[in-house]
Design a protein around this ligand. Sequence first.
Ligand code: HEC
Ligand code: HEC
Ligand code: HEC
Ligand code: HEC
Ligand code: HEC
Length: 426
Amino acid sequence: MKKTLLISSLIIISVLLFEAYHENIGNEWYRYQKKYKDTITKLAKTKKERDIAASYEIKMRQIVLPDLRRVDRCISCHVGIEDPRMAGMEQPLAAHPGDTLEIHELETIGCTVCHDGQGRAITVKEAHAVNISFWEKPMLKEPFLQSNCFRCHNMDELPQLAEFHEGRKIFFSHGCLGCHKLKGKGGQLGPDLTNIADANIHLKHPVNKNLVDQFYHNLNVAYIYESVKEPKAQPEVTAMPDFHFSEEEIRALTVFLKSLSKRAVPASYLAQKREGHQPEDFQGEALFRKYCVACHGIDAKGGVKNINYVKKTVPALNTLAERMFLTEPEDANKVAELLEKGVDITNMSPQLDVPNRGRVLAQYRAIRNVIEKGSIAGKEDPKGPEPLLHMPSWAEGLTRKDIDSIISCLIKLYPWDEKKSEENNE
Ligand code: HEC
Ligand code: HEC
Ligand code: HEC
Ligand code: HEC
Ligand code: HEC
């Protein structure tokens, strides 16, 4: 009896010892902190530094961030992160590069709000979460790290983050919003992109394995990249055009799209808006590039192919002036300016003193009606496939003033010079 008791206690003790070892000494972080302690002991020159090194306690370290609902234990291994003496050391002991941790207070910001990864984990593999397919946000590498800055910073800020700003510019000038919605504004043909960086869509669509490897097993980044680079990689028949972007442009777009996620940070974390930032450009031309250019073509010249569509290609819109019976450039400019100023011309404003007033107004109403209500593209061969591109309805996405300023811009795009020379040749 005594013997069994002895043996079982021995077993329990060894299990406990093993556990204790496993919890502490056997841990990766224990080794790194030991190495850190050895390093600062060696580096210590003054008595004070020697005292600090001697009393350095090896223990699990963490930053608790209740408002961000995070616990970041990265500093259990990255112990030298705020220690300038550790600049240039081997990871994970090195000090943080740049002045990031001087600008942002480590105790209130932690690491994962910028880097992603799994804050609570205490092994390298699990913390970085690279190659762990179930973790939604594996640690990001540059340039994709830039995307997370805009969880707190306004999109007009941080001009030094070049890729992000390049991607943002492309996104808002290539008509992506003609088919996609962003925070309620945009077309309906493609999926809403408001939270594309959070989405788990990659679970539904298998992503090319090479891309997954290339993006450090970040399925979300790989998925976004693939969607832009090869729209046909999703369903083969898709309305999403291939824009033939360069590699840099695709990467830049991916950085921008990766920032589109639910704002999970409380208001107290947001960087204040700075004075003097430019209000967003809502002029007609910018709106056209934002919402219409992908289907109606550059400078509204049309020509974008539409499968099995009666008119073959999406109609040009640079001839609106002619359709509105505005045959002289002066009259066209007059109407364009009224619309741009936000004058409601439908109530027969006396300012609208152009010939054929009634017909001009009727056409204006018809055009605005198509824009507000949308229009289904008719089939050329009734037995053939559905045309991929339809005119979306913009009644919800755009205000009356927005639509007027787009029409104003389209009226001004009329190629008067070409028409004049055609007439002369006749
Ligand atoms: C268990 C120890 C450990 C933990 C916990 C840990 N790291 Fe690391 N980290 C390392 C080691 C070791 C390296 C260097 C080798 C490597 O890159 O895997 C490293 C490297 C890095 C690098 C540089 C990667 C590169 O590409 O050069 C970054 C950034 C980083 N860690 C961030 C984090 C963040 C953020 C966390 C918390 C979510 C974290 N680490 C948690 C051990 C750790
Ligand atoms: C405000 C955002 C932000 C926070 C917070 C932040 N980092 Fe970073 N970190 C960056 C950026 C940006 C870079 C790369 C920039 C550079 O090289 O200067 C970087 C670089 C690094 C690197 C070096 C990567 C390499 O390739 O050499 C490591 C390691 C790292 N961070 C770890 C951490 C850890 C650990 C924490 C938390 C204790 C943390 N960071 C907190 C933004 C942040
Ligand atoms: C969790 C929120 C948060 C994240 C994420 C964050 N910042 Fe900040 N950042 C702040 C706050 C708050 C300030 C202080 C702003 C102020 O004074 O209004 C700030 C200030 C700054 C400043 C100095 C002021 C300025 O605007 O020039 C820089 C530079 C900066 N951040 C860069 C970055 C970069 C780069 C990243 C991404 C790697 C980043 N921040 C991520 C919250 C954040
Ligand atoms: C003519 C319409 C159209 C335009 C313009 C368009 N897209 Fe798309 N896009 C789609 C459709 C439709 C899909 C869905 C793919 C499918 O299932 O056919 C899609 C899918 C995507 C996806 C994947 C989204 C998801 O949730 O699966 C991304 C990312 C994307 N588009 C980005 C862009 C960007 C960036 C631009 C501008 C450069 C753009 N799109 C322009 C129609 C369009
Ligand atoms: C997804 C592609 C797509 C987008 C985005 C789009 N359109 Fe269209 N639009 C079409 C198609 C296709 C037609 C032709 C419909 C038909 O034949 O009935 C059309 C027709 C029109 C017409 C009528 C042209 C005519 O010849 O009768 C106007 C005006 C128009 N669009 C304006 C706009 C404006 C303004 C925007 C941006 C706010 C826009 N469209 C965005 C596809 C699009």
